[in-house]
Design a protein around this ligand. Structure first.
Ligand code: PMP
Length: 304
């Protein structure tokens, strides 16, 4: 990974190599941590900006609420800390990873240990490759299932829930694909291991609604707003795996993955096998937005 100089840990900036925890940290054993992935971009006027910082931090606090965790700082403090960490690391663009977790103390499953909070920033380019962004990736429906809404807390981004994503992603990559697509327990399409998923059919954009076991992606929210503003009809509903095979276009969104077209799924070409016109237009507007070139979405940027 691309190291930076400092990491914010429990209120202080410490050297990257000193940002350590005890091996008996509760979260390391049981996965009770909540986290975010956020991106900062260089904008066209030379300044840098974090994309939808407030919404990401709000989701962090919401995730903490779901797991009965009290983050020991007001949201404004973590907002400042994100910017402070980017600045001290002299990063005009990159990835921001806030994490709040139960620390050291007792090791019973239900122990309520002190909550620790950390924010790391580092340079991170295209998650599913530059080529993937341009030409589209190859995905495979996973043998792992997105957990039922009564098992996973789907509104929350909880560390332990990512074992499911890890297994699905490893399986897909070890089988020669770029990313996994997970179905829900009924067999309908849910999402990627770390991305929301969309198809385009006859000009209409379809994506599973938020009552499916999918994360309420902030990129999803942004892309649906952009699509609506472009007059693209949007339907939020479940669809089957073969609906994906017969889609004209398929793409995924996430903070890490940004807007990545999918050119092939389960060895079937999607549409023409190239990113389609709706995907391309949304991707172009999305990148213009994060780079501060779309006036109407300026409120999504926190400049620093
Ligand atoms: N689904 C899952 C499972 C994810 O981990 C992510 C990444 N946070 C997303 C969807 C996309 O969410 P966002 O656009 O907020 O990054």
């Amino acid at each position: 990974m691309n190291k930076a100089d400092k990491i914010w840990l429990d209120g202080k900036l410490v050297n990257w190599d000193d940002a350590k925890v005890h091996v008996l940290t509760h979260a390391l054993h049981y996965g009770v941590g909540v986290f975010e992935g956020i991106r900062a971009y260089k904008t066209s006027d030379g300044r840098s900006a974090v994309f939808r910082l407030r919404e990401h931090l709000q989701r962090l606090y919401d995730s903490a609420h779901v797991v009965l965790m009290e983050i020991p700082y007001p949201i404004e403090r973590l907002q400042e800390a994100c910017i402070e960490t980017l600045k001290v690391n002299r990063q005009p663009e990159g990835y921001i990873r806030p994490l709040a977790f139960y620390g050291y103390g007792n090791l019973g499953v239900g122990a309520v240990n002190p909550v620790q909070v950390t924010i790391a920033t580092w340079p991170w380019g295209a998650y599913l490759s530059e080529e993937g962004l341009k030409k589209g990736i190859r995905a495979k429906v996973s043998s792992f299932t997105r957990m039922h809404v009564n098992v996973n807390m789907v509104r929350a981004k909880i560390s332990g829930q990512y074992v499911n994503s890890f297994l699905a992603n490893r399986e897909a990559v070890m089988s020669g694909y770029d990313e996994a697509i997970l179905l829900d327990t009924e067999g309908y399409v849910a999402e990627g291991s770390g991305e929301n998923l969309y198809i385009v059919k006859n000009g209409t954009l379809f994506t599973p609604s938020l009552s499916s076991p999918v994360l309420a992606g902030i990129t999803r929210d942004s892309v649906l707003k952009i699509a609506k503003d472009q007059g693209v009809p949007i339907v939020e509903q479940k669809f089957t795996r073969d609906t994906m095979y017969l889609a004209d276009e398929l793409f995924m969104t996430g903070t890490a993955a940004e807007l990545t077209p999918v050119r092939e799924v389960d060895n079937r070409r999607v549409g023409s096998g190239q990113p389609g016109p709706v995907t391309k237009k949304l991707q172009e507007t999305f990148f213009r937005t994060v780079h501060g070139e779309e006036q109407r979405y300026r409120e999504w940027l926190t400049y620093y």
